[in-house]
Design a protein around this ligand. Structure first.
Ligand code: HEM
Ligand code: PLO
Length: 488
């Protein structure tokens, strides 16, 4: 009967033969907003066809948690698409790789390598603070002029992940860094957008501008990764592990010494390059995007900025730098970071999941092979869960007394959850906390006179990025006198 879980089909959009319910033909809104709007007509959970693929769209947190956590393993697959196959040599990475023992192995290795930095002599905290300090120096130089902070924020974030992956860093104006910025933007603009080629792979035989850009950018990226790989092979030693690439090389060598074929465990050169490429790419694009959103909201809401600065002045003062151990003492800053991740999630549709066997979500049956899209945008803007969801209000993450953090809603999953949860969550949170606290302790960010406020809509892609904007960073009162300025 219709009341048992899992034996009814979900409501579905009418679909035309061959093209399915092709979205770009029916809506001007970006997909996360269009899928949210469709709830009014079809309910929280509905299905549609993209070409020949059946897609289930999930718009509420109960169903999202059933997919990601309760039935996490069943829904741990990833679809293969033309663009992600190009980026990852047919899914030899982590994020776009289907569920397999190789994927599991690489996830574990990366996790281990990231943990190593917690204990090592050069801790992640030291690396981040080094970059924060260098960023503040640059901001001091460009003081009071209208600047696009994006390149400097991105360089800081890149250098952190560069230290972790390759034990290297970039100076200002470095040609390799400039080329990385370019190819990476090209990839963000073209990959995993459910473009027509992903729906109709046969369209690849026609000239296609986006695909040409993607191929070009991927080839430049691959050269960079190959170069780092060759350099590491030359300097490799079993006794020292400098970074993630060394950890991967060690695993590869030890499997070869044990006479297991690197193909069996997925430790081919392709796998190593694609794994480190994922961490490098994710490390650069996600955190820098959140920093750009944070600053855009801070110049929109000067009262939020002032409150963070008051908290920093009271808890840290002007004689020392913020450090990770201050995190528990700065709830308003922490609440602000949480609110930015709510209102503008980096990855508003996560990465699509795939049902690895026949299953169900809520009362609806789901066939093996169905692609499941969790609309994080709907979860984070659900009016039943959040008061005025479009309002930027860090206060909603504080407890009733306003002196600590609270948990306003369970409809909040900025990093996903379950077996496919983000691998960089801890790293990203450390970076966001340290970079923002270092900047705001010293500077006030403002709109240059006469310039419009940053646009807050965002460009949809594999990450939701803000449009470019300029701000001025003004040194706060009394800062010239601070002993910290001497290091700067
Ligand atoms: C996956 C969010 C930073 C590495 C994801 C997913 C989300 C996410 C939503 C998809 C989960 C799913 O498909 O169910 C974020 C946010 C970040 C961030 C909001 C910054 C604030 C990072 C960083 C790294 C990273 C810094 C690298 C160190 C990854 C990887 C995956 C992933 C490798 C794929 C996991 C898998 O498929 O098994 N992230 N991420 N992320 N993230 Fe992050
Ligand atoms: C960003 C552009 C890089 O050049 C390549 C790259 C690798 C990993 C991707 C990342 C891009 C975008 C953000 C992704 C990340 C893996 C996990 C992360 C998709 C495409 C998120 C937020 O899910």
């Amino acid at each position: 009967n219709g009341f048992l879980p899992g034996n009814r089909s979900p409501p579905s959009l009418p679909s035309l033969p061959i093209i399915g319910s092709l979205l770009s033909l029916v809506s001007d809104s970006p997909p996360h907003i269009f899928f949210q709007q469709l709830q009014k007509k079809y309910g929280d959970i509905y299905s549609l066809m993209m070409g020949s693929h059946k897609i289930l769209i999930v718009n509420n947190h109960h169903h999202a948690k059933e997919v990601l956590i309760k039935k996490g393993k069943i829904f741990a697959g990833r679809p293969r698409t033309v663009t992600t196959d190009l980026l990852t040599r047919d899914g030899k990475d982590i994020a776009f790789a289907d569920y397999s023992s190789t994927w599991k192995f690489h996830r574990k290795m990366v996790h281990g390598a990231l943990c190593m930095f917690g204990e090592g002599s050069v801790s992640i905290e030291k690396i981040i603070c080094r970059e924060a300090s260098s960023m503040c120096e640059v901001l001091t130089e460009t003081q009071n002029s209208a600047v696009d902070l994006a390149p400097e924020l991105t360089r800081a974030v890149t250098n952190v992940v560069c230290a972790l992956c390759f034990n290297s860093s970039y100076k200002r104006g470095d040609a390799e860094f400039e080329s990385m910025l370019q190819y990476s933007q090209g990839i963000v603009d073209t990959v995993a957008k459910d473009s027509l080629v992903d729906i109709f792979p046969w369209l690849q035989i026609f000239p296609n501008k986006e695909l040409r850009i993607l191929r070009q950018c991927v080839s430049i990226r691959d050269n960079l990764l190959q170069k780092k790989y060759e350099e590491h092979k030359v300097d490799y030693s079993d006794n020292v592990q400098r970074d993630l690439l060394d950890a991967l090389l060690r695993a590869k060598r030890s499997s070869e010494n044990n006479n297991t074929s690197s193909h069996d465990v997925g430790l081919t050169e392709d796998h190593l390059l694609m794994t480190v490429g994922d961490i490098f790419g994710a490390g650069v694009e996600t955190t820098s995007t959140v920093l750009k959103w944070s600053i855009a909201y801070l110049v929109h809401c000067p009262q939020v900025q002032r409150k963070i600065q008051e908290e920093l002045d009271n808890k840290i003062g002007k004689d020392r730098h913020p450090q990770l151990s201050d995190r528990g003492n700065l709830p308003y800053l922490e609440a602000t970071i949480r609110e930015v991740l709510r209102i503008r999630p980096v990855s508003p549709l996560l990465i699509p999941h795939v049902a690895l066997q026949d299953s169900s979500v809520g009362e609806y049956s789901v066939q093996k092979g169905t692609r499941v899209i969790i609309n994080l945008w709907s979860l984070h803007h659900d009016e039943k869960e959040w008061k005025n969801p479009e309002l930027f209000d860090p206060g909603r993450f504080l407890n009733e007394e306003g002196d600590g953090l609270g948990c306003p809603s369970a409809s909040y999953l900025p990093f996903g959850a379950g077996v496919r949860v983000c691998l960089g969550e801890a790293l990203a949170k450390m970076e966001l906390f340290l970079f923002l606290s270092w900047i705001l302790q010293r500077f006030t960010l403002e709109m240059p006179t006469g310039k419009p406020l940053p646009d807050l809509q965002g460009k949809f892609g594999v990450v939701l990025q803000p449009e470019k904007y300029k701000v001025t960073a003004k040194l706060r009162a009394d800062w010239e006198k601070s002993p910290l300025m001497q290091h700067c």
